[in-house]
Design a protein around this ligand. Structure first.
Ligand SMILES: NC(=O)C1=CN([C@@H]2O[C@H](COP(=O)(O)OP(=O)(O)OC[C@H]3O[C@@H](n4cnc5c(N)ncnc54)[C@H](O)[C@@H]3O)[C@@H](O)[C@H]2O)[C@@H](O)CC1
Length: 498
């Protein structure tokens, strides 16, 4: 798990490295500039392009000056630095790099006001005006300058963070900073890169390693972690010799209705391909033929019969919700399962039923797993203006109710009962189609059935689900839910044998 740090924590990591490595602050800046240039050159190898580097007078600007020098050294002829002179304050490292640049043949100009930008027509822009030192929203000349840079409509590479972008905390939808094509940030991604509103500030990001003290960084107290492939490899177990279907658990998927039987099929299919020993789908009678035809390995239990079962102890996992419908009978069923105090995987319509029954939310069995998307989440826990606020609520509810909340998005937030948030890095827009959530529920259920603890099942389930989609998207414009379900077993094999 990669710890994700706030800007203040990153500053501590910088300082710790400077004192303990030891390395002079100016040399660390040089290292950052080198790391940036290495990434930049990989993308933009045409040394003939004209590059405008906008530098503030803090350390972000200091990086920009060092980058200018290194680009010249690397044969980029048309580099020009624009010093943004809106404040008299400058840092010591900025001053040293300015002196170094004065001694080189780099072209330089001063921007005293945003209007000075009028006649600039570069091919590329590097934004090093304000970095992680941002302490208030952009106003006045800075906001004006950001607007003018955006109006140039050029490819912008941001150093560490785009000017005006807060690395953590609530992001508003009226972002007024520099809009970057790519942000090359140092050592760690910023927490806010995983929040949807960041799309207004940067299309993508790349992390450049500047050799800060990793031990120190990993030990920082944080609520945010980024899941890595090696974490999943540690979680997943190989199939055992002499094992049989009973070894891998029995999952009950309560899903589907007259017009939504597909959801039950998709969740059951994913559960099967994730490796549950037995999968039973609890469905309405109208879905029997479909189930028996499409998924011969899955057993059927008619919903009316299930109503009579009082002790669902024979299942290692019970999932409820995909395509379920929100009628009174399903509400009674959900209530009886919650009252039986068995941990559940709760999705889709079961979440919608819960949203109408706050009394049931309070009684949710500990270690239950909720998998809402944005709208389902807000129905459950109230409207939120920003994703940051939404994730704060998810963290608080997961802790208070001692449940796992899987807040689904491009980067899914897995909120655990201990208050920690694990951000899932896999998945892609080709997966944005109906049925994907049903497949995720089935994947998580398959792992719970195999006796993985709730947190492991969810962290691994989200990763496998996204990774399977990423592999398919390499060759496809869109990935359908059933294709994804069918490919899960292949991806788990890759993860357990790599
Ligand atoms: N040794 C270090 O600390 C390292 C720092 N690095 C760079 O340093 C950056 C951080 O540098 P700084 O802390 O000097 O800060 P910045 O260069 O981001 O900002 C400079 C100053 O701008 C002012 N400011 C903040 N918000 C403003 C606003 N809305 N309008 C106008 N002025 C505003 C603040 O007073 C701040 O000190 C990182 O993003 C990174 O690029 C890298 O060189 C790696 C090493």
């Amino acid at each position: 798990m990669l710890t994700l740090l706030t800007s203040a924590q990153m500053r501590h990591a910088d300082q710790f490295t400077i004192v303990n490595k030891p390395i002079a602050s100016i040399d660390l800046m040089e290292k950052a500039a080198r790391a940036f240039v290495q990434c930049f050159i990989r993308d933009e190898f045409d040394a003939g392009k004209s590059i405008a580097i906008f530098c503030g007078k803090g350390n972000n600007g200091g990086d920009g000056l060092a980058i200018a020098h290194l680009l010249l050294v690397n044969g980029y002829e048309n580099v020009k630095v624009y010093i943004v002179n809106f404040s008299a304050k400058q840092t010591a490292d900025f001053a040293i790099n300015l002196q170094r640049l004065d001694e080189s043949r780099c072209k330089k100009a001063i921007i005293n006001q945003p209007a000075d930008l009028k006649h600039i027509k570069p091919d590329l822009i590097i934004d090093a005006i304000l970095g992680s030192g941002l302490n208030k929203p952009l106003t006045g000349d800075y906001a004006e300058l950001a607007r003018a840079i955006n109006k140039l409509n050029k490819k912008v590479y941001a150093v560490d963070v785009p000017t005006g972008f807060f690395a953590e905390g609530s992001l508003t939808s009226n972002y007024n900073g520099v809009k970057a094509y790519k942000t090359i940030c140092f050592q760690r991604p910023k927490i806010n890169f995983f929040f949807p509103e960041s799309a207004l500030a940067t299309e993508k990001y790349e992390v450049a390693n500047i050799e800060l003290d990793e031990d120190f960084i990993q030990k920082q107290d944080t609520d945010f972690y980024l899941t890595e492939e090696k974490d999943i490899q540690k979680i997943l177990k190989k199939r055992k010799l002499f094992s049989h279907k009973g070894t891998y658990g029995h999952a009950l998927i309560i899903a589907g209705n007259t017009n939504t039987m597909g959801a039950a099929l998709l969740a059951s299919m994913a559960c099967l391909h994730t490796g549950a020993g037995l999968t039973t789908a609890c469905i309405p009678e109208s879905g029997l033929t479909a189930l028996n035809t499409a998924l011969p390995e899955v057993m059927a239990l008619l919903r009316v019969e299930y109503m009579r079962i009082e002790h669902p102890a024979k299942y290692q996992c019970i999932a409820i919700g995909p395509g379920l419908g929100i009628d009174a009978e399903n509400e009674r069923l959900l209530e009886s399962l919650i009252t039986a105090n068995r941990e559940l995987v709760i999705d889709a319509d079961a979440l919608n039923i819960l949203a109408e029954r706050p009394d049931l939310i309070k009684k949710l069995p500990k270690h239950s797993i909720l998998t809402p998307h944005l709208k389902e989440f807000d129905r459950l826990f109230g409207e939120h203006d920003t994703w940051w606020e939404r994730v704060q609520t998810a963290k608080a509810q997961a802790r208070q109710l001692q449940i796992v909340i899987v807040l689904k998005n491009q980067y899914t937030f897995v909120c655990l009962p201990d208050g920690k948030v694990y951000i899932n890095p896999t998945g892609n827009p080709a997966m944005a189609q109906g049925g994907m959530g049903d497949v995720l529920t089935g994947t998580i259920s398959g792992l719970v059935a195999q006796n993985y603890p709730a947190a492991d099942a969810v962290i691994a389930g989200c990763y496998i689900h996204g990774q399977t989609g990423d592999e398919l998207a390499k060759e496809q414009y869109v990935v359908t839910a059933s294709q994804l379900a069918l490919n899960i077993a292949k991806e788990i094999k890759v993860l357990t044998t790599r």
